[in-house]
Design a protein around this ligand. Structure first.
Ligand code: ADP
Ligand code: MG
Length: 636
């Protein structure tokens, strides 16, 4: 019998492995920048053309390589960083697997020039698809420069998989910042198509953050510092009043390596408990230093997860030191029992006349007035804006159906299903159609009778129906109405714009900017009037009329927050997600008072929707309480 097993040629093996390490141009930049940092560079320059598709250059002034190393470094598992397994536990470098250069060389055309201090000449190596094409002495500066051309030239499938330039740039900027932020003592430059995006000098950690996120951040930062046996923590958190509606700027580093940890993120968020308005996210950039032997290093090189030996203690220390820092800056009470000392009860005095307690009530008091969102919206009529009224909704006439028992059986089933099913998997159309027709009619029968609509705590709209009552969640209902409306508008490109008297300039973080610039055509179809302005800013001359009194910046911020929650890894939403995010961003919030014709209009439009019973996220919009339900509760 003949043998059938053969070893894969190296080039093929490398190409397969490259898939794991190099997913997109940003991965190349990450690996090359890490190598430059490991090589002791003090300046690192990154030059990108066409979002890295045609050219990536990383130039450092580090220690360079000898002629032999310049050839060896392309071999898989060629590394200068460890020579035995136990060194894994004392590792202070970023690399150690010797995979990056082998992977990059397998899927691109690479030229490297490198020279060590004290050598007159350096070495130039050209390698393409893992094959060395040329090797020669050359003149070059001390340090190493890589130029990577035509990424994935020999793996068309991967090349086609790349997203738009805006998305790829967003990833590149993210990786760049994740390395530039912790290594503030080095200088970094990033250029794209000849434009300088970042130029950061060696500076303090605080200056680096301000340089990265903008000068506004200087006054927003609260320093955090903690030294314990198992971990030392340094960095900054943002003052709560500057928390954002978008989750974006939260960075955690362990030994200067960017990591993601839901668990530790929770610790920081917990520290902000009670200090943040609901639905906002604090800024933080925190650097943890932990002895390498207390971390599990056996992780995949490109993964950002990490395992700690003593995660619980780290959680507790992180939470309490952030809380304490906030307290020290007079933002949060640092000791919870502080307040109790101020509780001085008046001593009982026999001679003192007893006065009954009096309460003064302000009938106009609105507990939500303090929040930005409500007062900016309070003037706006949430559901009866002109372009929105009768926005093409129609509700088909159906025969009156008296089969209430059946109706409520379906409702319950749907509600239960809605609760159990994953938002995404839930097929509203299939599940909802029968019920929707039933209930639309059922409601109509009642709504034109004398039933008043009643707003409960500025959150819910309550009304009687024949068999009992319904409670409508005003925010979710409005989200549903706007969602279906925006979907249609996107389809027909007929969004109505509310022009601003003065154009608003909105600056976004580079990654948010990348998302928005990708979406400008869709946003303009929806009623925005947005134009790019320079590298970082947008000029907004108008917003969709449905946005009411929200400023362009607020609206975009809310929109982005929903986009980030919702869309896949690329961060760029499709039509449906765009409509959904804008609907959720511009809907009325709890706390908005509604006049009775506004409630009427909300309810009418909700029942005219295709899927009135669920918000775009799949949460119920309407609860029904039958007389039977109530009777049962009263044990009649
Ligand atoms: P690793 O970083 O895991 O060691 P790489 O494939 O990224 O693996 O790099 C292989 C080796 O090439 C490194 O260990 C280092 O010795 C050398 N090298 C890579 N980049 C540079 C650089 N910019 N300057 C000096 N040496 C480098
Ligand atoms: Mg490396």
């Amino acid at each position: 019998m003949s043998n059938i097993i053969a070893m894969l040629p190296d080039a093929v093996a490398n190409q397969i492995a490259a898939g794991e390490v190099i997913q997109r141009p940003a991965s190349v930049i990450k690996e090359l920048m890490e190598n430059a940092i490991d090589a002791g560079a003090s300046n690192i320059q990154v030059i990108v053309r066409d979002a890295g598709r045609s050219l990536i250059q990383v130039i450092d002034n580090g220690k360079g390589m000898s002629e032999v190393d310049a050839l060896l470094c392309w071999e898989r598992h060629a590394t200068s960083k460890i020579s035995s397994a136990d060194q894994l536990f004392t590792l202070h470098t970023k690399g150690f697997r010797g995979e990056a250069l082998a992977s990059i060389a397998a899927i691109a055309q690479v030229e490297m020039k490198t020279r060590q201090e004290g050598e007159e000449l350096g070495t130039m190596v050209k390698i393409e698809g893992s094959k060395i094409k040329e090797e020669a002495p050359c003149q070059c500066a001390v340090g190493t420069s890589f130029s990577i051309k035509n990424l994935f030239f020999n793996v068309p499938a991967r090349r086609n998989f790349l997203k738009s330039d805006a998305v790829e740039m967003k990833h590149i900027i993210e990786e760049f910042q994740r390395l530039a932020i912790p290594h503030h003592n080095l200088s970094f430059q990033l250029y794209h198509n000849g434009n300088e995006l970042f130029n950061q000098k060696a500076q303090s950690s605080r200056q680096r953050l301000v340089g990265t996120f903008g000068s506004k951040y200087d006054e927003r930062l609260v320093p955090v510092e903690e030294e314990t046996e198992i971990v030392s923590i340094q960095g900054f958190v943002g003052k709560p009043e500057f928390a954002r509606r978008t989750r974006g700027e939260q960075y955690l580093f362990v030994n200067n390596r960017f990591i993601k940890s839901t668990y530790l993120n929770h610790a920081v968020t917990k520290a902000f408990e009670d200090l943040l308005p609901e639905g906002s996210f604090p800024f933080y950039t925190l650097f943890l230093s932990i002895e390498p032997h207390l971390i599990d290093v056996n992780i995949h090189p490109t993964k950002t997860e990490i395992k700690f030996q003593d995660e619980r203690s780290i959680y507790a220390i992180l939470r309490s030191c952030v809380r304490r820092s906030l307290g020290r800056f007079n933002i949060a009470p640092s000791l919870d029992f502080d307040q109790e000392s101020s509780l001085n009860l008046d001593q009982y005095n026999e001679n003192k006349a007893i006065v009954p307690p009096s309460i003064s009530v302000n009938p106009n008091y609105n507990p939500f007035d303090g929040e930005r969102e409500s007062y900016s919206r309070s003037e706006a009529s949430p559901v009866s804006r002109p372009s929105f009224e009768g926005g093409g909704f129609s509700s088909p006439k159906k025969e009156k159906n008296d089969n209430w028992k059946e109706l409520y059986a379906i409702t319950r089933e749907l509600e239960a299903k809605g609760r159990k099913t994953d938002e995404e998997d839930f097929d509203f159309k299939e599940a909802g159609e029968a019920l929707v027709e039933h209930q639309k009619e059922a409601f109509k029968i009642d709504q034109y009778t004398d039933q008043a609509l009643f707003q409960l705590h500025r959150r819910y709209v309550v009304t009687q129906i024949r068999s009992g009552m319904i409670v409508i969640d005003q925010q979710r209902a409005h989200e549903r109405i706007l969602f279906e409306h925006f979907l249609e508008v996107l389809e027909h490109h007929n969004g109505a714009t509310q022009q601003s008297l003065f154009p608003e300039t909105v600056s976004l973080s580079p990654s948010d900017h990348a998302i928005v610039s990708e979406l400008i055509p869709s946003l303009n179809a929806l009623g925005f009037d947005i134009e790019e302005f320079g590298q970082h800013d947008l000029i907004v001359r108008g917003v969709p009329v449905e946005a009411g009194a929200l400023s362009a910046e607020e609206l975009l911020e809310r929109f982005l927050e929903n986009v980030k929650h919702d869309s896949d890894k690329t961060g760029i939403p499709g039509k449906e997600a765009t409509a959904k995010s804008l609907a959720m961003g511009s809907s009325i919030r709890p706390g908005t008072k509604m006049e009775s014709q506004e409630m009427r209009s909300l309810v009418d439009q909700l029942f005219a929707c295709e899927v009135p019973y669920f918000s775009p996220k799949g949460q119920p919009t309407i609860l029904t309480f039958t007389l039977e339900d109530l009777d049962q509760k009263f044990k009649r």
